[in-house]
Design a protein around this ligand. Structure first.
Ligand SMILES: CC(C)(COP(=O)(O)OP(=O)(O)OC[C@H]1O[C@@H](n2cnc3c(N)ncnc32)[C@H](O)[C@@H]1OP(=O)(O)O)[C@@H](O)C(=O)NCCC(=O)NCCS
Length: 149
């Protein structure tokens, strides 16, 4: 049985390893700390029999002095546990907190060749609205997605 629990620093190492394996961007521990120290309430991990099998790292703040914007920075599920709705549970947990706290828009980026992520976010109602050229350090473009709650 999968449990979605608030992020805790004891998961830092495992979450870093998980995301490092699946995303091209080389995030350092300081990046995770930047998110979870300032906005601890928006990040979650998925536990299966006590083992960490997925995580979402998010934040929410005012964008350009105008709108309250939620942002999903990283999301990953262990490949052995994909296709079971775990990323959906994680993302909904984070979205629910954003919406409760008054999010006016929620955004994220994904690599343009990450079909699984694009299907995943579109199924949750996100719309693609920008292409960001050479957004990632490896030179790949990103699509930015947005959801109006
Ligand atoms: C994208 C990712 C988080 C999805 O995790 P998951 O737990 O398998 O997702 P879910 O089981 O909740 O999937 C929900 C829906 O997303 C879509 N989806 C998920 N993976 C998909 C895939 N490989 N191909 C097509 N659609 C996919 C499907 O519509 C799926 O619904 P269905 O099972 O009813 O068809 C996972 O593949 C992953 O960790 N990828 C590597 C990291 C990454 O790319 N993160 C996102 C970019 S920041």
């Amino acid at each position: 049985m999968v449990e979605i629990v608030p992020y805790h620093h004891k998961y830092l190492e495992e979450v870093c390893q998980l995301i490092k394996k699946d995303l091209s961007e080389p995030y350092s521990k300081y990046v995770y700390r930047y998110f979870v120290h300032q906005w601890p309430e928006y990040s979650f991990v998925a536990l299966l029999d006590g083992q960490m099998v997925g995580a979402v790292i998010s934040k929410q703040d005012i964008h350009r002095g105008q709108s309250l914007r939620g942002y999903i920075a990283m999301l990953a599920v262990k490949d052995s546990h994909r296709g079971k709705g775990i990323a959906t549970l994680l993302t909904k947990a984070s979205l629910n907190v954003m919406i409760e706290k008054g999010a006016q828009e929620i955004v994220l980026e994904t690599e343009v060749d990450n079909d699984a992520a694009m299907y995943f976010y579109e199924r949750l109602g996100f719309c693609r609205y920008k292409r960001l050229f050479r957004y990632y350090l490896n030179g790949t473009d990103a699509f930015r997605y947005i959801l109006y709650p």
